[in-house]
Design a protein around this ligand. Structure first.
Ligand SMILES: *Cc1c(COP(=O)(O)O)cnc(C)c1O
Length: 418
């Protein structure tokens, strides 16, 4: 079951809101640290286990610094994300560059940083070589297409329809080309699922990659250093969703590792991941104040946040749990649509949600906004991005990104040369 307990009280939020007006995102440092430690503990049998935090999930440097202190690397997919990594002191094997439709400038930067470059397509080999060079380590992203027994899930689509990765034949060809160019270090990556709660999915992916490592190694006489299982471990968004059992996942992968990799002499082979969502998702909250109630064909609660602060509900119809502060124990007697102010009818945080009776001035906490939340923000309707706050382990609150101002928005506009 999902943990519905909040790390702050109504009173605390009201105090915070006096200084930092709603809407804002707030992150729970203590929970992020505990969760990061827990992930590493679960996979401690793997020599060199590492999670490369997917920067796109939450690029705030204060959060990534916490993750760095807890042994994580970074998974970048654009120039800006690489620059964030660089500013935070990441280099070399601490950076995974998993991009697609990549600009040559991005390859150049990744190469300069010594990042592990994960090629999405065989045609990128020559682009990389021409604009940067031949790195000493290379990884390819595999897309199994119809060869995958269990199809990918909704967010990422069926492998055959997904734009990512190389086919099986291209994979063999890609490693052969890189081997012949003198590359000595190799990794293999895939990412088939996103927000996956099925506890068998990751072990199935590991099995597929172990088999491929064996086959490619034998055929091309190369040695693999790691497999990268991608990100995609899901989190319980709905109250009755069950958290992925990492003990089980780790145990299943270990069995396969011994049976396939160790017994056939392909060890040591590091196992790495690039989760974003499960690292920060459950530990971030969007706090928003009720500014209107409206009673027409349906009952509406109008809040001061909008889809521009958290677009998952509007974009994918995703469920985000909501708590009305101070009314946690009130019965859910009402049925509401909780909406933002965008001129888009899908700007709704909840549709037909059973909630306690809400009044103007109530604060609503939207759960699980710590990943793919603020980072997906946008400026439609001239909406400004909200502030991000960190609830520190000592209970203090730190502003880790200020709210955008009208001046920020106007900075890219030109009213002079009309
Ligand atoms: C989005 C993405 C991730 C992170 O996914 P989560 O669902 O946040 O774990 C990791 N790797 C790649 C290549 C991605 O595109």
């Amino acid at each position: 079951m999902k943990n519905l307990k909040l790390p702050f009280t109504k009173k605390q939020i009201e105090e915070i809101a006096k200084k930092h007006p709603t809407p804002f995102h707030i992150y729970d440092e203590k929970a992020i640290i505990e969760n990061a430690k827990n992930l590493y503990n679960k996979f401690d049998w793997i020599d060199g286990f590492k999670n490369y935090f997917a920067v796109k999930a939450n690029p705030n440097p204060h959060l990534i610094k916490i993750l760095k202190e807890n042994k994580m690397g970074v998974d970048c997919s654009s120039l800006t994300e690489l620059l964030i990594a660089e500013k935070l002191g990441f280099s070399g094997d601490e950076i995974m560059f998993s991009s697609n439709d990549t600009d040559y400038i991005e390859f150049k930067k990744a190469y300069e940083l010594g990042a592990i470059i994960n090629l999405d397509d065989i045609s990128h080999i020559s682009i990389l070589e021409k604009n940067a060079g031949v790195p000493n380590i290379i990884c390819f992203r595999y897309n199994p297409g119809s060869l995958r027994k269990n199809k990918g899930n909704q967010l990422i689509g069926n492998p055959e329809d997904a734009k990512y990765g190389c086919t099986r034949n291209q994979l063999f060809e890609g490693y052969r080309i890189m081997r012949d160019k003198g590359v000595k270090r190799f990794g293999l990556h895939t990412m088939i699922v996103s927000n996956e709660l099925n506890k068998n999915a990751l072990a199935e992916t590991a099995e597929m990659l172990f088999d491929l490592v064996i086959e490619i190694s034998k055929k091309l006489d190369i040695k693999f250093e790691f497999i990268n299982l991608g990100g995609g471990i899901g989190i319980p968004y709905k109250p009755d969703d069950v958290q992925v059992d990492l003990d089980f996942v780790s145990g299943e992968i270990k069995k396969l590792y011994v049976e396939k990799i160790v017994k056939n002499g392909f060890d040591p082979l590091r196992i790495i991941m690039e989760n974003g969502r499960m690292v920060t998702g459950p530990y971030g909250y969007l706090v928003t104040r009720v500014i209107h109630t409206k009673d027409t064909y349906k009952k509406y609660i109008g809040v001061d946040a909008s889809m521009a602060n958290l677009m998952r509900p509007g974009m994918y119809g995703a469920y985000h749990h909501e708590t009305v502060l101070g009314k946690e124990d009130n019965p859910n007697t009402e049925t509401y649509d909780v909406v933002g102010s965008l001129c888009e009818n899908n700007d709704k945080f909840a549709i037909d949600r059973k909630l306690p009776k809400i009044e103007i001035g109530d604060n609503i906490v939207i759960h699980d906004a710590g990943a793919h939340g603020h980072s997906m923000g946008f400026n439609y309707n001239g909406k400004l991005r909200s502030a991000e706050l960190l609830l520190r382990t000592d209970g203090s609150v730190k502003l880790i990104r200020r709210a955008e101002t009208i001046e920020d928005y106007f900075a890219t506009l030109d009213f002079k040369n009309l």
